[in-house]
Design a protein around this ligand. Structure first.
Ligand SMILES: *[C@@H]1O[C@H](CO)[C@@H](O)[C@H](O)[C@H]1NC(C)=O
Ligand SMILES: *[C@@H]1O[C@H](CO)[C@@H](O)[C@H](O)[C@H]1NC(C)=O
Ligand SMILES: *[C@@H]1O[C@H](CO)[C@@H](O)[C@H](O)[C@H]1NC(C)=O
Length: 450
């Protein structure tokens, strides 16, 4: 968990307030917005450096007794009903905007603050679970107030909720009883990927489950931010996404090349399907774009206060190899959206989801996406339904040599013409070559009228 001691400045480990302002200016100059992960859900319990026992009393900012401590993490829980605490937290939001020119906030662990059980209860989807005696009304009101005030004072500020319990009104307007966030991050997507990678054999991956998780809630998909790598997973001492994929590979094994190819393919395919089908916004955990080999780990007593994993190894991109290949793919994937506005188009219908061939396909805007997750089967002429009759051209292929792939598809297979046959409930059919564990994006190049 994050342990904030000073709410009004960045940690000196990272630089001075002026350094941070320069970073924000630099980002703005590049046309980027800067969002801050805002931890108002709890505070460090350390009395020497934090707010705990600030004035010598136990309940200056926080609840006293059991309620004053996070159920599992021991961090201090704010008294959101206290006007001075409200002033402190609301001023804090204002400060980051006026002083540092921040463009928005992601509210960390909203589940910790919304319930007195700190989100550690089973949620079955029953409405009762979101409005019983364990809901902290004061925390709820604080979030409503924060969103109201931020949006009223600064119409361009964006707020994002991180809430593992998916409180039903997270992104509803406050005027309709919601909490008023603009977006929420759906933790289920990265959780699904890590579960699949860590404990489901490749042949048993359920395409249906992948699709249902990515578009579970169409109604809210517009507000949903999805990602492939869970920051929480990396930070809480577990493995990073790339560590799971590449970590166990033995350089001397004769399966070395094969294992590397598997990791590289899945890394690209998972990013591509999550990015292009999950919603309107995508989050990349720092380094995920090039398969950063190690998790992030801050110096603590459990690792002998080592800084060895408290970094991102950007220098990996300076030499040829897997990281540079994975990064080239990410750049081209981003270009796909820049050029063709993929994410702003209607959330796709997955028209082909086959749990035995392990093939998934969907159409979004002018693009057709085809994934073959099968670890060993390649298909020469796989029938995929499309609406428009015409010529379709591959514009992105995870298997290209420049992305660390094998380059199995040949030049003449990049252009395909539909045949007039009803497949997947659509009027025409494209017969495509699908090498195992690869994905292709086709663009409708020419419409044929018959
Ligand atoms: C987030 O994803 C999970 C799993 O797919 C889904 O059950 C849940 O409804 C989603 N949350 C929201 C608020 O859409
Ligand atoms: C974060 O990681 C910890 C440790 O793996 C886990 O217990 C917790 O449920 C995770 N939280 C979320 C919101 O995923
Ligand atoms: C799914 O794949 C299997 C195996 O390739 C095939 O026999 C079946 O017809 C496919 N189902 C659909 C609906 O395409």
């Amino acid at each position: 968990m994050v342990q904030v001691t000073n709410f009004y400045a960045v940690s000196s480990r990272y630089g001075t307030p002026e350094d941070f302002k320069r970073l924000v200016d630099e980002a703005h100059g590049l046309g980027l917005l800067v969002f801050l992960e805002m931890v108002h859900s709890y505070a460090a319990a350390d009395e020497m450096v934090g707010l705990s026992m600030f004035d010598g009393s136990n309940d200056c900012f926080f609840h006293s007794g059991k309620r004053g401590q996070h159920k599992f993490w021991g961090t201090r829980m704010f008294k959101y009903g206290d006007p001075d605490v409200l002033h402190f937290l609301l001023s804090n939001l204002n400060w980051w905007i006026t002083e540092y020119q921040i463009d928005g906030f992601q509210f960390h662990s909203v589940s910790s603050m919304l319930y007195t059980h700190n989100g550690f209860a089973s949620f079955t989807g029953d409405m009762e679970e979101y409005c019983n005696q364990y809901v902290d009304r004061d925390a709820q009101l604080y979030l409503i107030l924060a969103n109201e005030i931020l949006h009223a004072l600064y119409p361009n500020i964006i707020t994002i909720a991180e809430d593992a319990t998916y409180y039903p009104g997270l992104c509803e307007p406050t005027s309709q009883g919601g909490l008023g966030f603009d977006y929420y991050v759906n933790l289920s997507v990265p959780k699904m990927w890590s579960t699949f990678l860590e404990s489901v054999p490749d042949l048993e991956w359920s395409m249906t489950k992948i699709v249902n998780t990515l578009i579970s809630d169409r109604e809210y998909a517009d507000k949903m931010i999805v990602y492939t790598e869970n920051h929480n997973q990396s930070i809480s001492g577990r493995q990073s996404f790339a560590e799971i994929l590449f970590g166990g590979i033995d350089k001397d094994s004769h399966h070395y090349k094969e294992s590397l190819q598997r990791g590289s393919s899945l890394h690209k395919m998972i990013r591509l399907i999550t990015f292009t089908s999950g919603g309107r916004a995508y989050l990349s955990f720092m380094g995920n774009e090039f398969g950063h080999p190690k998790r992030v780990e801050f110096p603590t007593s459990s690792n002998d206060n080592s800084y060895s994993n408290a970094n991102r190894q950007w220098d990996l991109l300076e030499k040829d190899g897997i990281h540079r290949d994975l990064f080239s793919f990410d750049k081209d994937m981003m270009k796909l959206d820049e050029n063709l506005r993929v994410l702003s188009r209607r959330i796709p219908n997955f028209h082909h989801v086959n749990d035995s061939s392990l093939v998934i396909s969907y159409i979004r805007g002018p693009l057709l996406f085809v994934f073959n997750f099968h670890p060993t089967h390649s298909y020469d002429s796989y029938s995929i339904g499309v609406d428009e009759a015409g010529e379709y051209q591959v514009i992105l292929n995870t298997d290209e040599i420049k992305y660390g792939g094998q380059g199995i598809l040949k030049e003449d297979q990049y252009l395909q013409r539909t045949v007039s046959r009803r497949v997947d409930g659509l009027r025409n059919c494209l017969q495509v070559s699908l090498p195992s564990r690869t994905a292709q994006v086709y663009k409708l190049r020419r419409i044929l009228r018959i």
